[in-house]
Design a protein around this ligand. Structure first.
Ligand SMILES: *[C@@H]1O[C@H](CO)[C@@H](O)[C@H](O)[C@H]1NC(C)=O
Ligand SMILES: *[C@@H]1O[C@H](CO)[C@@H](O)[C@H](O)[C@H]1NC(C)=O
Ligand SMILES: *[C@@H]1O[C@H](CO)[C@@H](O)[C@H](O)[C@H]1NC(C)=O
Length: 607
């Protein structure tokens, strides 16, 4: 109703002005607006007062596109996440990918194949700034000299990711110097290098004319605050095609995240192919098309490695396991899992469909070993494996005669502590199997990850889970004291506070949506045993169609929190996040809107 009235009023005003029309409005020669942007100290990029009649006069601190303005404006330009220190020139020089060369002579031979692939990704990202076609050719040579100290290609919590990046232009020559301990530090430098480049395509023109501009001088020193900067994706509640996962990894690489936590299975479905146990997908996949083949998993792991991302596979157990495990009886193995798809689910699991592994059945461990063997062969070494371990429902085991009988034989009482013993026995047996399979492949013993749970309560954990072997992923809300208690006991933790860093909250039940500002503003303690954090995309209410904008740019907010842990506010970061959105879009990754476009054209004016 209100809107109709306003329209009516506008029509009326127009009528009046038409009737009194003595002077005609001057007609501009060009109808399209052609705004320019000014970089104003402390105010960021501001749109010009009136459209420019021609762009021929663009000089100094007036820029013909918003992206160009953002790339040079402010101490950190358009770089996301914010680097440790940066000094950037406000001038740019035109470059063309045909005249861009990478010099790998000072990188150890062992790193060069991987490094060459990393430089190809960087070049492709540059070309994306011009929508795939850099039409304006300039012949200025750009040479990127890369120095790497170690030949180590391992990705782990110990990987040194720091880098230095210098850009110098002299006499129509541009020299870029990158120096890093590891190939992964060099990759981050290459990523930052691409963020010093933008197209100079004015916002209003067609795409046919496009040049790349590089910030003409830069000096950057950078390293992450936390070694574990993760993104969790659940592919069990809803299947997420491999292409989508690759796109998520592209965006992770753009924001220097380094752990892809793949919650690949759950009680709902089992899409991970196992060469030794084909029953998992045969009985567990949603369809023949919703499976990750071993080949695809390997491909994804190497795709991620080129982008500095370590893949952590999680096989959640002993709870959150059902579909994919329900074939035991048919094959003479007995019940591998119990309570599977039980109709009266409320007392047996957190959400339908139920399912919990059967620790009373030795065949279950035999099948688990075959699965672990497949995974151990696939993961790069040192392998990081996540064993799940959350939300065991005692009632499910307690209502299963076979398990109750087994407990009696072991002398476990049928009370809570008795079931804790059974649960802990499962984890210690599973870890033993994992260790054996890793050892059989010549790998060394590594810690594994486990979710926080009843078993990881401060008064209980030391009895059952060694602090040397388990890293606890704490998902309690921020108000919980569990994380600090575990730190006091000497455990290493990864933090995923569910009321802040869960991307599915706000889409079901009484959960509350966290916007990017809230996600950005949450700070973790900085200490050696806090390895970092993760953002979690549980997939009950997301699939391929909604994925990108659910995840981005919110995940980027946490990426900056974990990389630079800035003391400045979310508002101060917003212009750079706007630039990141535009960069992600250029790379084919849609992300959610931060503000009305007017606000993005006028930094700091909508706070
Ligand atoms: C461009 O700059 C020249 C010299 O400074 C000036 O004479 C001319 O009016 C400017 N043109 C526009 C459209 O601003
Ligand atoms: C790139 O742009 C040029 C110049 O407009 C055009 O001739 C060429 O066909 C384009 N190439 C591609 C691959 O689109
Ligand atoms: C298991 O079931 C028995 C028999 O109903 C009951 O006495 C016991 O309290 C239950 N244990 C737990 C931990 O719920």
């Amino acid at each position: 109703m209100a809107r109709h009235r306003i329209v009516f009023l506008v029509l009326f005003v127009n009528l009046v002005s038409c009737n009194n029309n003595n002077t005609s409005i001057p007609t501009p020669s060009v109808y399209e607006p052609s705004w320019t942007y000014k970089c104003v100290p402390d105010e960021g990029c501001q749109r010009s007062q009136s459209p420019e009649p021609t762009l021929s006069n663009v000089t100094g601190t007036v820029y013909e596109s918003l992206d160009l303005c953002r790339t040079v404006c402010g101490r950190f330009g358009g770089i996301w996440p914010k680097p440790g220190t940066a000094a950037l020139s406000m001038q740019t020089v035109k470059i063309h990918p045909n005249y861009l060369r990478f010099d790998l002579i000072d990188a150890p031979v062992e790193t060069r194949e991987l490094l060459a692939k990393m430089t190809q990704v960087a070049t492709a990202n540059l070309i994306d700034e011009c929508n795939g076609n850099v039409t304006e050719v300039v012949t200025t040579p750009v040479v990127v000299y890369i120095t790497i100290k170690t030949s180590n290609l391992e990705l782990s919590w110990q990987t040194d990711e720091k880098y230095m990046l210098d850009v110098q232009s002299k006499d129509a020559n541009i020299a870029v110097h990158i120096s890093a301990e590891t190939v992964y530090g060099a990759r981050h430098a290459l990523e930052t290098f691409t963020q010093l480049v933008t197209s100079d395509k004015p916002d209003y023109t067609d795409t046919y004319k496009c040049a790349l501009r590089l910030v003409s001088g830069a000096k950057i020193r950078d390293k992450p605050v936390y070694p574990h900067r993760g993104f969790l994706l659940d592919t069990s509640r809803n299947f997420i095609p491999l292409e989508d996962i690759k796109r998520m990894i592209d965006a992770m690489a753009t924001t220097k995240m380094n752990v892809f936590h793949w919650h690949v299975t759950d009680s709902h479905s089992f899409p991970l192919e196992s060469a030794r146990v084909p029953q998992f997908t045969r009985y567990g996949a949603y369809s023949a098309y919703e499976i990750y083949s071993t080949e695809e998993v390997r491909e994804l792991i190497s795709y991620a490695q080129i982008r500095g991302v370590r893949v952590v596979i999680e096989i959640d157990s002993p709870a959150h396991a059902g579909n994919g495990w329900q074939w035991g009886k048919e094959y003479g193995f007995g019940d591998l899992a119990v309570c599977v798809n039980a109709k009266a689910w409320r007392s047996l699991c957190i959400q339908p469909p139920c399912g919990q592994l059967n620790p009373a059945n030795p065949k279950m461990y035999q099948v688990l070993r075959d699965l672990y063997k497949d995974i151990a062969e696939t993961l790069p070494k040192p392998a990081l494996f996540h064993m799940g371990g959350d939300e065991v429902f005692l009632e499910c085991w307690n209502s299963t005669e076979e398990i109750v009988t087994y407990m009696k034989s072991k002398g476990y009482e049928r009370n809570v502590e008795g079931f804790m013993k059974l649960w802990a026995e499962f984890h210690s047996t599973a870890l033993g199997i994992w260790d054996e399979e890793i050892a059989a492949l010549g790998g060394s013993q590594q810690p594994v990850m486990l979710w926080s749970s009843e078993l990881t309560q401060a008064h209980r954990i030391q009895r059952y889970l060694s602090k040397d072997r388990y890293v606890i992923e704490v998902w309690e809300p921020v108000s919980s004291s569990l994380m600090s208690q575990l730190l006091n006991l000497g455990y290493r933790v990864v933090s995923v506070p569910k009321d802040i860093w869960y991307l599915d909250h706000g889409f079901w039940g009484n959960t509350k949506y966290s916007n990017w500002r809230k996600m950005y503003s949450h700070v973790l303690p900085v200490e050696a045993h806090v390895l970092g954090g993760e953002v979690a995309m549980w997939s009950e209410y997301v699939d391929s169609q909604a994925l990108d904008t659910r995840v981005w740019p919110r995940t980027a907010a946490v990426a900056e929190r974990l990389w630079s842990n800035p003391s400045s506010s979310a508002s101060a970061a917003e212009p750079r996040l706007q630039r990141l959105r535009s960069r992600l879009a250029a790379r084919g990754i849609p992300s959610d809107v931060l503000s009305p476009a007017w606000c993005s054209q006028h930094d700091a004016r909508c706070l």
